[in-house]
Design a protein around this ligand. Structure first.
Ligand code: NAP
Length: 479
């Protein structure tokens, strides 16, 4: 058996009920390691440890917090190649994408190290003479953090770093599919000087420990990223117990291509945002909305560019796209290609499983035409390398189609018109809008999040993260 990895509870590495193998989706014979499964009793131990640690951590000096977060960020950045390789091996992103994600995680910790020192309040005069009013921000308490498999180190980083920066304690449950990066991150945090119990890692299935984490009375708030189905359930559970919660969920992100777009640029950014990272980004473009004048050239351009894509082992040099992360996800991706064809759409490129030297979950990216906004392929999140094209008459029809979705995470437009770019930025019903850029690919120091069915609660990242991870107090002082 490869190295065993345990839960981190109250500063101790604790074995759970069993170990499960972490399998490489590029090569299912390659087991990266074995990771323990926490029991519900251990989840309770982790929450109790975090509660006990909160009294001290919440009043610890901001210098101590800043130093710890800076140390974590420095180590992640120094080990970005190793961590990025681990990420590629367990999740299937290409190695350069994995290294980029690890660097992002390191930079996020560095950013929030600085934010520890910048948490400001307000002082106002009272409407009643002789009284002063202070508005301050305080830590929330113990935060339950639940993350998905598609960004195994960046998403944990962008929740854990602000939680700790603002004086909260954490119980972290990563996705069961990708425990490797989560464990490596926890190991780095465990050596950062943060007191025992402030940060706890519990690994295992959502149904076994995710559910009791959400409902645990010792948890003050839940920060969740994942599917809409699980997010909806968590919302109901948190509402019942009046916990604060924040949900980042799925997307069905539109990329509009207008007649006046630069064709080569429009093709490149569409291929990038639809298919890179195997289409497994919540901000991936899955609906390409194309006006009539450029439609034939755009479809031909996409087919030509897609024919050049190299799909293979995530750790192989020169690969553009790695495997799908799991067999279940691959089956879902292939299933949606069939659903689209069954609804009358046309598969014009890819869409089939690929064989490579090693046994893995490889798929040729799929491009689907002759679709309408009512089809399931344009309404439901696939979360794989599958993009559909909608042909529309003009900009107004494109905008209407872009907003014709229950989701609202990210939206893009390719155009050389300042008028249309400006109008789209204003009228897109998405949390993030891109002009002449892929819908995926965002900075770490500015807010991240969506609207409608994609998100609920305050934004993540940047200084806006304080909205979720702190609570406001208003104090009055008589002179
Ligand atoms: P998921 O199935 O919803 O799982 C997300 C997390 O929730 C996992 O840790 C999962 O544990 C846990 N979980 C499952 N059931 C639970 C329960 N009953 N109570 C508490 N936790 C539970 O999502 P996924 O398949 O990992 O990730 C893909 C989804 O994430 C896509 O919809 C994608 O769009 C979304 N996503 C959104 C963003 C964003 O910022 N908007 C970013 C990335 C991904 P297990 O792994 O053990 O099941």
């Amino acid at each position: 058996m490869t190295q065993e990895h345990n839960n981190l509870i109250n500063g101790e590495w604790v074995a759970g009920t069993a170990y499960t193998p972490n399998i490489n989706p590029s090569n299912t014979a390659d087991v990266q390691g074995h990771y323990t499964q926490a029991s519900a009793a251990q989840l309770d131990d982790a929450v109790q440890a975090a509660r006990a640690a909160f009294a001290g951590w919440s009043v610890s000096g901001i210098q101590a917090r800043a130093d710890a977060l800076d140390k974590i960020g420095t180590e992640i950045l120094a080990r970005r190649e190793e961590l990025g390789t681990l990420l590629a091996r367990e999740e299937g992103k290409t190695q350069p994408e994995g290294i980029g994600e690890a660097a992002r995680a390191g930079n996020i910790f560095k950013f929030f190290a600085g934010e520890c020192l910048r948490l400001a309040g307000e002082t106002l005069p009272s409407v009643r003479p002789g009284i002063g009013v202070e508005i301050t921000r305080e830590p929330l308490g113990v935060i339950g953090i639940i993350t998905p498999w598609n960004f195994p180190i960046a998403i944990p980083a962008w929740k854990i770093a602000p939680a700790l920066a603002y004086g909260n304690c954490v119980v972290f449950k990563p996705a069961d599919l990708v425990p490797g990066c989560a464990w490596a991150l926890a190991e780095i945090i465990s050596r950062s000087g943060i007191p025992a119990g402030v940060f706890n890692l519990v690994m295992g299935r959502g149904s076994v420990i995710g559910d009791p984490l959400v409902t645990h009375p010792g948890i003050d708030a839940i920060s969740f990223t994942g599917s809409q189905a699980v997010g909806n359930r968590i919302a109901l559970q948190c509402a019942t117990s009046l916990k604060k919660f924040q949900l980042e969920m799925g997307g069905k992100n539109p990329q509009v291509i207008l007649d006046d777009a630069n064709l080569a640029q429009a093709v490149e950014l569409s291929v990038q945002s639809a298919f890179f990272s195997t289409g497994q980004r919540c901000t991936a473009s899955s609906r390409l909305i194309v006006t009539e004048g450029i439609y034939p050239q755009f479809v031909e351009g996409m087919k030509a560019r897609m024919a050049t894509l190299k799909i293979g082992d995530a750790l192989e040099a020169g690969i553009d796209i790695g495997p799908v992360a799991s067999l279940a996800q691959l089956e879902q991706d292939l299933g949606y290609v069939g659903i689209a064809q069954g609804e009358g759409a046309t598969l014009v490129a890819g869409g089939e499983r690929l064989q490579r030297a090693s046994e893995g979950f490889y798929m040729q990216p799929a491009l689907i035409t002759d679709t309408t906004g009512a089809m399931r392929i344009n309404r439901e999140e696939v979360f794989g390398p599958v993009a559909s094209i909608l042909r529309v008459k003009d900009y107004d029809a494109a905008l209407a189609e872009a907003n014709n979705t229950p989701f609202g995470l990210s939206a893009g437009i390719a155009t050389s018109s300042l008028k249309y770019a400006t109008h789209f930025k204003r009228h897109s019903q998405a949390g993030m809008v891109m002009v002449n850029l892929p819908t995926a690919g965002v900075d770490y120091h500015v807010p991240f999040g969506g609207r409608k069915g994609s998100s609920y609660g305050p934004r993540e990242q940047g200084r806006y993260a304080q909205e979720f991870f702190t609570v406001v107090k208003t104090s009055y002082t008589g002179m």
